[in-house]
Design a protein around this ligand. Sequence first.
Ligand SMILES: Cc1cc2nc3c(=O)[nH]c(=O)nc-3n(C[C@H](O)[C@H](O)[C@H](O)COP(=O)(O)O)c2cc1C
Length: 176
Amino acid sequence: MAELIKNDVINAIMERRSVRGYTSEPLTEDELYTLLQCGLWAPSGRNDQTTMFSVVQDDELMQRLHNEALGDAPFKCFYYGAPCVIFLFDKAGNKWSVANASLAIENMHIAAHSLGLASIILGCIKDYMLSEKGEEWKKILGIPEDYDFVLALAVGHPTDDGKVFPRDEKNIVYVK
Ligand SMILES: Cc1cc2nc3c(=O)[nH]c(=O)nc-3n(C[C@H](O)[C@H](O)[C@H](O)COP(=O)(O)O)c2cc1C
């Protein structure tokens, strides 16, 4: 029976959770810089480095986006009051745009956990961000017109540990 090898990186991967509750305590400059560097240093297809990161630390602005994008949605799925939200965009038409931004966000998600922070990947505003109304938000977020929203990461200090969702080992296939 195989056993999981443990080290700092593997522990962070295995222990990270999506967290849906945050205090208002802001990130330190070093924490934010470190997370963004971890995103920037993700691999990218053909080394195109097309992912753009827009950092928002303005609760009023995030509440506005929440109301505009999701209105009276019966369930909460966006930002959870986190003091920092990092939006990831990638060049429209780039074959690897979704892969590039997804690799960058996962780097930041795991790095946040390793720093004692918590985070959650957010896709529920995607339809809105890719609609005509999302064009106005690109301007607000300082993103050029020829970039598309991919995902966002809410990050901060957690008020809970996040729920554990077991994984299905049947998703792994060994071919002899
Ligand atoms: C592409 C993607 C989009 C996601 N979008 C949201 C979202 O909009 N809101 C949310 O609460 N969680 C979102 N999540 C988090 C997932 O719900 C979460 O990863 C899943 O339930 C497994 O939980 P875990 O990350 O704690 O293991 C998203 C995750 C991914 C990978």
